[in-house]
Design a protein around this ligand. Structure first.
Ligand SMILES: C[S@@+](CC[C@H](N)C(=O)[O-])C[C@H]1O[C@@H](n2cnc3c(N)ncnc32)[C@H](O)[C@@H]1O
Length: 280
């Protein structure tokens, strides 16, 4: 129980204890993080006791976190690469794993003076905005279907000079002028039916539409491989985030659909995370 009059460092210890007991895996980091969220100051250097409103807000955040609401939703914003994005209920939390997709995508644009990029399944816009931050000359458009995610996407894209559009990946390729793009990126929903049935508590708070990739997890990749190649310039690239066990299956889909130079990139945990493929 967080009460007014507590010094911030003591409140942080109290939160750590409660979060640990509640089974929150990152309790050590999250205790002081939540206190700073409420006071705006690092608890270690703060001599001002919590007032009643702060104690009340902190207790409410603690209860939500114990109910395993993602920390990102409680914060309302999250750092990704070198940008800070608005995030909340209704949109997938940006994950550091996804930074690799931006880095690989950006490296494919080297030597392209004013590249055109389309990011499908944009969510907060982290991929498109991340690429724009790494390649400022890029003209990036983000596409998203979910009405709940669009307000976050709109606000983030406006803040970082990226275009965004509401639309459905299944059919949007018909609205893209043929041969107009240098790079297509996507982090599509890719969980299998079995994975959807056993989500971690935090992930269960995130929208199913952002996660569910169909029974075998490959529904979106099948469509992307089959339909999006004509949108690219000859020699243009597609870069896709994948689940760590999907490298061989997604590579096979792309090769079968006539893509070349198909390559799987591994993340910092040495797991398959991104697949690259080129239009011949
Ligand atoms: C795995 S999330 C990725 C979000 C963001 N790119 C990221 O990396 O954090 C997939 C996103 O695809 C969106 N989505 C699902 N079906 C879609 C469709 N048919 N057309 C466009 N977007 C779709 C979801 O709403 C969700 O925002």
């Amino acid at each position: 129980m967080v009460t007014s009059g507590l010094l911030p460092w003591a409140a942080a210890l109290e939160l750590r204890r409660a979060l640990r007991q509640g089974g929150c895996p990152d309790w050590e980091f999250e205790g002081p993080f939540l206190v700073e969220l409420v006071t705006g100051r690092q608890p270690r250097f703060d001599e001002t006791p919590l007032d009643q409103a702060q104690a009340h807000r902190l207790e409410s955040l603690l209860q939500k976190r114990l109910a395993r609401v993602p920390l990102q939703y409680l914060s309302g914003k999250w750092d990704f690469l070198n940008v800070t994005l608005k995030v909340g209920e209704g949109v997938l939390c940006p994950r550091s794993d996804t930074e690799l997709l931006c880095q690989e995508g950006a490296s494919l644009l080297e030597g392209c003076p004013s590249p055109r990029v389309l990011d499908l399944c944009a969510g907060t816009g982290c991929v498109g905005i991340g690429i724009k931050s790494l390649v400022p000359a890029a003209r990036v458009t983000c596409l998203e279907k979910s009405p709940a995610a669009l307000p976050y996407l709109g606000e983030n894209c406006t803040a970082y000079g990226v275009d965004w559009v509401e639309g459905d990946l299944f059919g949007y390729e018909g609205r893209v002028p043929a041969g107009s793009l240098d790079l297509i990126t996507a982090n599509p929903p890719y969980l299998t039916g079995a994975e959807m049935a056993s989500l971690q508590p935090e992930v269960a708070h995130e929208p199913a539409m952002a996660l569910d990739g169909g029974e075998d997890g490959l529904t979106f990749y099948r469509y992307l491989a089959a339909r999006y190649q004509p949108c690219l310039k000859p020699g243009g690239w597609m870069a896709l985030e994948i689940g760590w066990e999907q490298g061989p299956a997604v590579s096979a889909l792309l090769e079968k659909a006539g893509w070349t130079r198909v390559r799987v990139c591994r993340d910092l945990e040495d797991r398959d995370r991104v697949v690259l493929a080129r239009r011949p």
